[in-house]
Ligand binder design. Structure first.
Ligand code: ZN
Length: 191
């Protein structure tokens, strides 16, 4: 499974894709953080909540990567989150549902594309079969090893490279948008 670094980054990517599709009236900003950003990152991390019980007994991996790592459970979770968020902000059920489902599914799929796991129960509870991608994208966290184990240097380096690449893509996009905006303002002022 990738570390929270990858899942948080993908939550941000999701936010960048959907933020302009959120009508302003249901994108309030709390503590200078847009709700859509908080929602997208939270839901992208949510499947790993199953490690919380293991933390209590000092064994991170004990209950990890079971029922919460299912695309079907993601549909149910996205529905519940959409209902709650719709009640809080008074609109946008389908928007919250789609963002919730996308964030949750991205997490499950990234775990599916990671080395060193025992696979992911993509379709639980219909099937308890575990699936593993033939091609891997991430080195991942070894839940049986301590976080300070040297094996996690690979994890950290590959994930930081991933974050850097994503960051560079958004820098280029933002730079292009800024210069396009400047050109539009310039041509407007010349007319
Ligand atoms: Zn996970």
């Amino acid at each position: 499974m990738p570390s929270p670094i990858v899942h948080t980054t993908l939550g941000y990517v999701l936010y960048r894709f959907v933020r302009n599709r959120a009508p302003e009236n249901f994108n309030p900003v709390y503590l200078s953080l847009p709700l859509v950003l908080v929602f997208a990152i939270s839901v992208s991390l949510l499947p790993d909540i199953d490690s919380a019980a293991g933390v209590l007994i000092g064994d991170f991996g004990k209950y990890h990567n079971n029922a919460t790592h299912s695309l079907l459970v993601g549909v149910l979770v996205a529905f519940i989150l959409a209902v709650i968020t719709r009640l809080l902000v008074k609109s946008g059920f389908w928007f919250w549902f789609v963002v919730g489902l996308a964030g949750y599914s991205l997490h499950v799929l990234m775990d599916y594309f990671t080395f060193g796991g025992r696979g992911v129960m993509l379709f639980w509870p219909i099937s308890a079969e575990r699936f593993e991608a033939p091609v891997k994208l991430f080195y991942g966290v070894r839940w049986s090893e301590s976080l300070l184990n040297p094996v996690h240097i690979n994890t950290l380096v590959t994930e930081l490279v991933f974050v850097l690449l994503i960051g560079m893509v958004f820098l280029v996009i933002d730079k292009k948008r800024t210069s396009a905006g400047k050109n539009t303002r310039l041509s407007n002022s010349l007319e």
